[in-house]
Write a protein that binds this ligand. Structure first.
Ligand code: 0WD
Length: 257
């Protein structure tokens, strides 16, 4: 049985009730995990209030601001985990960002600043959060990140985010290799397209969703809950032999020619 009771899980990337991270947090909670949630702070505190109200039913025992571009906030987040929980078992990395301008049109128009920011937030952040989590995963652990087929194949308009996801998937392998001896497993879920705040920035996302509904073996897209179930599995002892992998949760779309 899938049982995460007694496990401490940090979930990043909840922006609203459409976020994939929200689907994951709900399923981890259902399986009995003790949750910590981080949110992206903004000047007016709107995000904090919105995310706090959303996650309240899951009783997170930690609720912290963590902009992955801010080293102090990352440090404070993991200090709080050490002080309050003593140990971390699960890290969910479920965030990404690229300028909307860089998610349509010619890839060669990507600016240096846009390229750097997309890779810093979407790719490097996994390396940094995993590095901060490692010393707290004293009884082993599971790290799960979210990727997309656009990191492997050219998907119209995904552009710089495809480069970021490609780097993310390779980071998963290097991290898995480094952390395996400490029984820390690192995997990615490659989710099919889902309507969220982040995906709405990608040009033509609705066309992509309709295409998946026509072509994927299951003739539909996937839900946040289905991604959450796969993440719960990867975080559980049922997946104890799995690391360094990219698991497609995409209604089978990836196999189609
Ligand atoms: O179709 C999709 N929605 C897919 C998403 C298919 C396959 C993969 N993914 C990936 C995304 O690339 C991302 O890695 O799933 C992850 C979660 O994305 P999401 O659930 O689609 O999008 P969303 O609900 O917008 O959550 C992403 C969040 C941000 O939201 P906004 O939209 O405000 O940027 O990432 C967070 C933020 O909460 N985020 C940050 N968190 C900390 N520091 C930062 C940052 N600097 N920037 C963005």
């Amino acid at each position: 049985m899938l049982d995460l009771s007694g496990k401490n899980a940090l979930v990043t990337g909840i922006a609203n009730n459409r976020s994939i991270a929200w689907g994951i947090a709900q399923q981890l909670h259902k399986a009995g995990a003790n949750l910590g949630v981080t949110y992206l702070p903004d000047d007016r505190g709107r995000f904090e209030k919105k995310v706090a109200e959303l996650v309240e039913p899951l009783n997170p025992s930690l609720f912290l601001p963590c902009d992955v571009q801010n080293d102090d906030q990352i440090r404070s987040t993991f200090d709080a985990i050490r002080d309050k929980w003593g140990r971390l078992d699960i890290l969910i990395h479920c965030l990404a960002f690229a300028n909307k301008d860089d998610l349509s049109g010619d890839f060669s128009n990507t600016t240096r600043a846009g390229f750097t920011q997309a890779l810093e937030i979407s790719t490097y952040s996994l390396v940094q959060l995993a590095g901060a989590a490692k010393p707290l995963m004293t009884e082993g652990g599971s790290i799960v990140t979210l990727t997309y087929l656009g990191g492997v194949k050219v998907i119209p308009n995904y552009n710089v985010m495809g480069i970021a996801k490609s780097g993310l998937e390779m980071s998963v392998r290097y991290l898995a290799s480094e952390m395996g001896p400490a029984n820390i497993r690192v995997n990615a879920i490659s989710a099919g397209p889902i309507r969220t705040l982040a995906s709405s920035a990608v040009g033509g996302i609705l066309d992509m969703i309709h295409h998946v509904e026509e072509v994927a073996p299951l003739r539909r897209t996937v839900t946040q809950t289905e991604v959450g179930n796969a993440a719960s599995f990867l975080c559980s002892d049922l997946a104890s032999g799995i690391t360094g992998q990219v698991l497609y949760v995409d209604a089978g779309y990836e196999i189609m020619g």
